[in-house]
Design a protein around this ligand. Structure first.
Ligand SMILES: [Zn+2]
Ligand SMILES: [Zn+2]
Length: 277
């Protein structure tokens, strides 16, 4: 089965929906002969960022707390960095949502990390509403998703926009069908062009395959063929593949081969390593 030389999208038990602790992921990566591993569990979402209702709906209660971030997550990563420092290069990261106006919060987190992945599982639209990116994106608000992604990237706080095409998961066109329509084209180009402008990597997400099967879809809900077909037109776009591992075994699975094949067919120019300079 396939694995990547380097992976920068790796979860662990602290998000309460992944298996294994950081040590298990690092050991697996070493056993596979991987060179770099970025640990990027789901970062804290503060209750004050949204209503109680939305906090529940977006499953934000599952994420590690700020206290866990400082007192468990960071020390655990320090520990593996030290322990395995001759066998693998470990980067300290987070995958995190972006709430506009909370830059100080993100800056403080980043000051303790090597990098952050921006993952918009939900976002705040221009009316201040929280929109769930899996279930509630349609032809009327997909541009808002793009604008939220662009605002996030423009802060320069995020190294990678992970699964930029997540909006296609449950997208509805004007007839209520899941179709990559003109609004999707517009939103995608906006995201891609901003990623180039703000020098942010975009990620082809391997976990999309599992997530598609989980919801009984034979087709990939994401990565979206149409999104990445558009992306292939932009030669300056920086693209990486991310496993989005929620189990150590995810680092070595046939879904990785399928995604590598997908990228090859689309002639995507994939960066094997993130440039952390
Ligand atoms: Zn997750
Ligand atoms: Zn993830």
């Amino acid at each position: 089965m396939g694995h990547l030389k380097n992976n920068y999208h790796t979860h662990n038990r602290l998000c309460n929906h992944a298996t294994g602790d950081v040590d298990d992921y690092v050991k697996k990566a070493i056993a596979l002969g991987m060179e770099e591993l970025g640990l990027s569990d789901h970062g804290p979402v503060l209750t004050r960022f949204m209503s109680k209702e939305m906090f529940l709906e977006t499953l934000s209660y599952r994420n590690m707390s700020l206290d866990t971030f400082y007192n468990v997550y960071l020390p655990e990563i320090e520990q593996v960095k030290e322990q395995y420092n001759e066998q693998i290069k470990i980067y300290k990261g987070l995958e995190i949502e972006y709430i506009q106006g909370e830059e100080e919060f993100y800056k403080e987190l980043l000051s303790r990390l090597d990098y952050m992945n921006l993952g918009l599982h939900f976002f705040k639209d221009s009316n201040g509403n929280i929109i769930n990116s899996y279930w509630n994106i349609n032809h009327e608000n997909v541009i808002e998703y793009a604008l939220a992604a662009i605002k996030g990237m423009s802060t320069g706080l995020f190294k990678v926009l992970v699964h930029p095409d997540l909006f296609m998961f449950g997208y509805k066109n004007k007839d209520g069908k899941r179709e990559f329509d003109n609004e999707c084209v517009k939103a995608s180009r906006m995201i891609i062009e901003a990623a180039i402008k703000y020098d942010c990597y975009v990620e082809v997400n391997v976990n999309g395959l599992k997530n598609s099967k989980k919801y009984n879809s034979d087709a990939w809900l994401y990565p979206s063929y149409e999104f990445w077909k558009l992306a292939s037109e932009y030669k300056d776009l920086k693209i990486i593949i991310g496993v989005d591992a929620h189990n150590p075994d995810d680092l070595d699975c046939s879904d990785i081969d399928q995604v590598l094949d997908f990228c090859k067919r689309l002639n995507l120019n994939i960066s094997e390593k993130i440039d952390f300079k």
